[in-house]
Design a protein around this ligand. Structure first.
Ligand code: GTQ
Length: 352
């Protein structure tokens, strides 16, 4: 409808008056509030580990893990700075722990995953059990579990260890459900020997009287060597998906569901020369490159990737994955469990 100048002015004046009462005319905003398809400021981006690492090491010289509590460089989506978010619902950061350091014990309602990027031997303790980290290991610290991180001294063979932290910080903030507390001491007591939870839950076996079907997996470390072996076996038998190559998800063995209720994580293998088809989905996804060089075409833009690089595919943005002259292994996480639970997840294969 064309409106004359008088009506336009009357409306503007009307809007100004209602604005003083914290009122808003929906009809001026309807198309942005209820868009025909996802539209957001979050954009595709890639962080090159070779560029990022010097900043992490500089942080290591300027502040201790103890003082920082968590010495982390946050990867902020360049399209939406100031939110500590890489997607609307998820956070990503790279955490450094040097030999001899302790990141003190605390717990919070936010769930966290650790994906080890570089270095061996640091440990994380989760609810009374310690586990040592190696590159490619996937570790979870479920909501409200006590956790601290540490690294043996150089004399004991400690080396700098870096991992990717994936947390649901923006999601928990959105729900107004953020709580946190510090443990009275920097380390929590160790109550069970290393490997205990994997023996109980991670060997395709469960304790015979195990009844609980908790929202979070009782396994808290999924070692890379086992994940890698599964991918290798499947990749060799050409059991390939045209989009994903071979893609497996980390599972809660007591339910068959995701390892945590808010963050879903996967590992995939793209065989040498793999040219993935294009897809889009509503779960914006963060990728961490474990092995190989290749490229991701995200929203028509090409991002070459190398081991340890991190990239993000926003919601409903087309993506295809390609391996170069060597096979590629990619870790990824998204809010897929939430979207599935709420009936919101949509995917489109071969979008125009
Ligand atoms: O290790 O507990 O990157 O609480 C951000 C918040 C890591 C952690 C982060 C955290 C942690």
């Amino acid at each position: 409808m064309n409106i004359d100048g008088d009506t336009g002015k009357q409306r503007d004046e009307f809007y100004r008056r209602m604005d003083g009462q914290a009122l808003l005319p929906l009809w001026e905003q309807l198309h942005t509030l209820v868009p025909r398809q996802p539209a957001s400021d979050f954009i595709p981006a890639l962080w090159r580990y070779s560029k990022l690492r010097p900043f992490l090491m500089e942080a290591g010289r300027l502040i201790s893990a103890e003082e920082a509590v968590r010495r982390v460089l946050v990867l902020e989506n360049p399209g939406k700075r100031g939110q500590a978010a890489i997607t609307p619902s998820l956070y990503a950061g790279l955490q450094l722990i040097l030999p001899g350091e302790i990141a003190p014990s605390h717990r919070h309602t936010q769930s966290a995953l650790r994906f080890v990027v570089e270095g061996h031997g640091a440990y994380t303790s989760v609810d009374g059990e310690r586990t040592r980290m190696a590159p490619g290991d996937f570790i979870i610290t479920p909501s409200w579990t006590w956790h601290d991180h540490g690294n043996p001294s150089e004399a004991e063979g400690g080396e700098p260890v870096v991992w990717l932290d994936g947390l649901d910080i923006p999601t928990v903030r959105f729900f107004g459900a953020c709580f946190a507390e510090n443990y009275p001491e920097s380390r929590q007591p160790v109550l069970r020997p290393e490997g205990n939870s994997n023996a109980r839950y991670g060997a395709n076996l469960l304790p015979v009287h195990h009844k609980s079907r908790s929202l979070t997996s009782p396994i808290f470390k999924y070692p890379y060597e086992r994940t890698r072996e599964a991918l290798e076996t499947l990749g060799n038998h050409a059991d390939l998906d045209d989009w994903d190559g071979v893609k497996l998800r980390y599972v809660n063995p007591t339910t068959g569901g995701w390892a945590m209720p808010t963050i879903g994580a996967c590992m995939q293998l793209l065989p040498r020369g793999f040219q993935g088809k294009t897809r889009r989905s509503t779960d914006a996804t963060v990728f961490s490159v474990v092995e190989g060089h290749g490229k991701a075409v995200i929203g028509g833009e090409t991002f070459d990737f190398a081991p340890r690089d991190i990239f993000v595919v926003p919601s409903w943005t087309s993506v295809s994955l390609h391996a170069g002259g060597e096979e590629c292994v990619l870790f990824s996480y998204s809010d897929r469990p939430i979207q599935e639970a709420l009936g919101l997840l949509r995917e489109l294969h071969d979008p125009l």
